[in-house]
Structure formats: C-alpha cells, structure tokens
Design a binder for this molecule. Structure first.
Ligand SMILES: [Zn+2]
Ligand SMILES: [Zn+2]
Length: 212
C-alpha cells in the first residue's frame, strides 16, 4: 500500500512541486483522539507547493478537513470545515541518526515527532548555518528532514491540531442550554432567568426594614 503523507526529495523537481491530493480519513482520523467529541469526518484536501532552495525545503499552501464535533454551549452535534495554512521550512538533519527515524516513518502510525522537531533544536542548527533565512514566528515554522524523505503529512497533522479551536460553537451566537430547565435556548426561550430575578425580588420584599 502506498504510504501517505510522505514524498522523496528526488521526486521534487527543481522548479518545485504543486501537490494537490487527498489524505485518507484513515490516515488522519486519530489526530484528534485526545480531543473530546471531535472526529475527522472525511478526507483531507491538500494543496501544497513544495520548493527546494539549496538544502532547504519550503512547503506552503493550505489544507482542509471536515470535522464532526459537539457545540461547547448547546451540546448539539455539528460539522464544520477546519482549514489550515501550511508555511514551513525544513532543514536537513545534521546528525547521522536518520536511520531510526526512517523506520518510524514507514512502519507504524505512531505519532513520532522525530522528523519534525520545533524551534529549539533547529535554532542551534541555524546558528551554525550561514543561512540568512528568518525563523518564522509560527511554532510549526521550521522542522527537519532526514535528507531523503519529507513527511509533510505529519506537518499537516500538527498544524490541524494547532488550528482546532478550543471552544467549538455550532454558531458564534449560540445561546446554549439553560442551566436551570435544560432547554436549548436556540429553539425555545424559557423564562428561568426572569423567574430567578422575581424570586430574589420577592424574598427581598419579605425582609422587613429595620426601623430606626
Ligand atoms: Zn450551540
Ligand atoms: Zn430555562
């Protein structure tokens, strides 16, 4: 079976590669396994431009994937399309430890970050390099590759996970459910709040004023 989300460097022409493809739902579905009530609901549409610049690999473009989740306010299920921008520069790994990272790459589905380490590792590498490339501000702005294979699928996974909103709302002005009677306030307007105010007001009226 064809391995998804990777490409060999030699397959990238000098003029660059415009990669338009889909990543299967199976490939991507466990990236949100740690996020409650959130699953991938289809394939990932990938539209990337991959360019070589010396030994650097520049990947930019966008991806989108349908997500099925639960509204944080009204608890109803809804789906939306999660879109991510990809903007990454990969630098060749300086160490010779590429062997084990290749095995992780081809074998398991394990979410290994070996091929994709964030800033700090890269920073030290950059300092020795004469490159005048600026470090992007985004956390996923830079990574490493092992010299032969670009695991762009892992970059996509990480970026989608980063871009997933913390509070997922079925609509921006979702009214949520009433904490007292439990109705979905988007559908029914209950009188709970009004009633609560009335009860407090009534109780206040029972308090007899102290005569001076
Ligand atoms: Zn809602
Ligand atoms: Zn209510």
């Amino acid at each position: 079976m064809l391995q998804e989300g990777i490409i060999r460097i030699e397959k990238i022409p000098d003029a660059g590669l415009h990669l338009v493809e889909t990543l299967s739902q199976a490939y991507i579905q466990d990236i949100f396994s740690g996020v409650a009530h959130t699953t991938v609901d289809g394939v990932v549409q990938v539209d990337l431009q991959i360019n070589k610049q010396g030994k650097q690999i520049i990947i930019q473009g966008q991806v989108e994937v349908p997500i099925l989740t639960t509204c944080a306010r009204c608890l109803s299920s809804f789906s939306f399309v999660l879109k991510s921008k990809i903007q990454t520069t990969l630098f060749p790994k300086k160490t010779s430890s590429s062997k084990d990272s290749v095995t992780t790459e081809t074998g398991s589905k394990k979410k290994s970050n070996k091929k994709f380490q964030a800033h700090n590792d890269v920073q030290s590498f950059l300092e020795q390099d004469e490159s005048d490339e600026q470090m992007p501000e985004n956390d996923l702005g830079a990574g490493e590759y092992d010299g032969q294979i670009i695991a762009y699928g892992e970059i996509i996974q990480e970026q989608l996970l980063l871009d997933l909103p913390m509070a997922k709302l079925c609509k921006e002005d979702c009214l949520g459910i009433c904490p007292q009677c439990g109705v979905d306030r988007n559908e029914t307007m209950c009188q709970c709040e009004v009633r609560t105010h009335q009860i407090i007001w009534d109780k206040l009226k029972l308090v007899k004023p102290i005569d001076g």
